[in-house]
Design a protein around this ligand. Structure first.
Ligand code: ADP
Ligand code: ASP
Ligand code: MG
Length: 439
């Protein structure tokens, strides 16, 4: 039988009216049996997401021994939501229980997960559906990775017999038996896990935009919408900053070839974007599918004559980063040069100095230089890098916008070209690339 898993993001849970709209969407299609929810997000620009209120609660708990103030904001948010829904739900009793549990657990992950937990309890009531706690069905291994097989088994068992079920996103049970969250935006991954476990026909990801757009709509007004993209393009774009979908969302779906459909809760009539396995993908004809990026990287540039002839040169450099437990985003290299691109957040001033000293003593470079405040921008599309003249168009467009390119990396996936520019040039650069390939 055809079954859909629907994940509703934070803005789709923002208040009672929106949740009533979600109920209409679910009621409109009997295949929408399994629902994954995020914590209530922003109701208006300047509002605070419930998850952020909860992270603040944890901070208060650590600093002051209690989170009375912070939790009052969470309480107010859920109280008004239940009032708007006008349902007989004992929200205050549940909030009291939750506040006491936060106080006794004293764990950041547990506290942060309560937004999804409370929201799912309410949505289950609204839909007359079975509530399934993610802690009982999503499991992590000792190294923090997902224990897929155990989770899929537990989910199929838990949903069997349930006409409709609601599962909170964003968390599961860690190896130590305690609640553990995914990284931010992780409810998208929870939705993928449920979709895989029930072998869904489609994973519908309901959000506040009508699909995957060619670039961030906060930078370019009304960018072109993509009708279909491949898993691979999704992975490249979301990893590089198109955070409409978490970049790890495709892993549970890949083996089972389950497509994702991005849909807009506020415009359910819009077709949205289909994200399909690469084998089933027919290119749109556009050279470029999308542009995405992230700010705040540091580049360590190393130059040494005949570097490529020196056996083990790269290995020695990389060993330094392994020793210092720093992960590397990219390693663009030339005959006598190599650059290490690292997230600035992973490098304190002291750590950077240690790394430089260690590289100097490991390989004695002619030049070693650090370039800070770099933004990376990926231009993504199947076949793009094999099409003659694409890079020239890209670099010319950036130059015409008077932007200095600090670094270039053509990924070996042949799916993207990444440029590094100054943080300050980030938005301007995205607009320049968008205009070149989409206007
Ligand atoms: P949800 O709460 O539903 O999970 P998110 O805020 O995580 O929603 O993701 C949706 C947002 O992603 C959009 O409102 C949009 O501002 C942003 N976004 C960034 N890049 C893109 C893109 N390429 N396409 C669509 N949305 C994008
Ligand atoms: N509520 C969590 C967050 O804000 C997870 C999610 O929304 O996907 O990151
Ligand atoms: Mg999200």
């Amino acid at each position: 039988m055809s079954v859909k898993v629907c994940k509703f993001g934070g803005t789709s849970m923002a208040d009672g009216n929106v949740i009533n709209g979600v109920k209409k969407i679910i009621d409109a299609d009997a295949r929408r049996k399994y629902v994954v929810v995020s914590a209530p997000g922003k109701r208006y620009s300047g509002d605070t997401k419930v998850t952020d209120l909860l992270y603040a609660c944890h901070k208060e708990l650590v600093e002051k021994g209690s989170c009375k103030n912070g939790f009052a904001a969470v309480r107010a948010r859920f109280n008004s939501l239940v009032k708007e829904l006008n349902i007989p739900f004992e929200i205050n009793a549940l909030l009291d229980e939750t506040e006491a549990a936060i106080d006794s657990e004293r764990s950041e992950d547990f506290t942060a997960s309560r937004g999804e937990y409370l929201c799912a309890r309410i949505v289950a009531e609204v839909l007359g559906a079975t509530f399934i706690d993610a802690k009982d069905v999503i499991f992590f291994n000792e190294d923090g990775s997902l224990n897929g097989e155990k989770s899929y088994k537990a989910i199929s068992f838990a949903v069997s017999g349930a006409e409709r079920a609601v599962i909170p996103g964003f968390y599961g049970k860690g190896y130590d038996g305690k609640v553990k969250t995914f990284s931010r935006g992780g409810s998208d991954i929870s939705g993928s896990i449920i979709a895989r476990a029930v072998n869904a026909t489609v994973y519908e990801n309901w959000t506040d935009v009508s699909g995957f757009l060619a670039c961030d709509p906060r930078i370019v007004e009304s960018p072109v919408k993509m009708k279909t993209i491949s898993y691979k393009e999704l992975r490249e774009l979301s990893y590089m900053g198109a955070n409409v979908l978490h970049s790890d969302s495709i892993f549970p779906l890949r083996k089972a070839n389950i497509p994702i459909q991005i849909k807009n809760t506020f415009r359910p009539q819009d077709a949205g974007t289909s994200i399909v396995p690469s084998a089933k993908y027919t290119p749109s004809g556009n050279l470029v599918t999308g542009v995405a990026g992230k700010k705040n990287f540091t580049v360590i540039f190393i130059e040494k004559s005949h570097m490529n002839a020196e056996v083990g040169f790269m290995c020695k450099v990389l060993s330094v980063l392994v020793e210092e437990e720093i992960s590397i985003e990219h390693i663009p290299s030339g005959i006598d040069t190599m650059s290490l691109v690292v997230e600035s957040n992973d490098l304190s001033k002291e750590k950077l100095e240690t790394v430089i000293e260690k590289i100097k003593s490991a390989v004695a470079p002619d030049v070693i230089r650090v370039i800070e405040d770099i933004a990376l921008i990926a231009t993504v599309g199947h076949g793009m890098s094999s099409s003659v003249g694409t890079s020239a168009r890209l670099f010319n467009a950036i130059a015409a916008a008077d932007i200095n390119i600090k670094m270039i990396d053509q990924g070996s996936s042949e799916l993207n070209i990444i440029v590094g520019v100054r943080n300050d040039d980030y938005e301007k650069c995205i607009r320049a690339i968008y205009s070149e390939f989409f206007k």
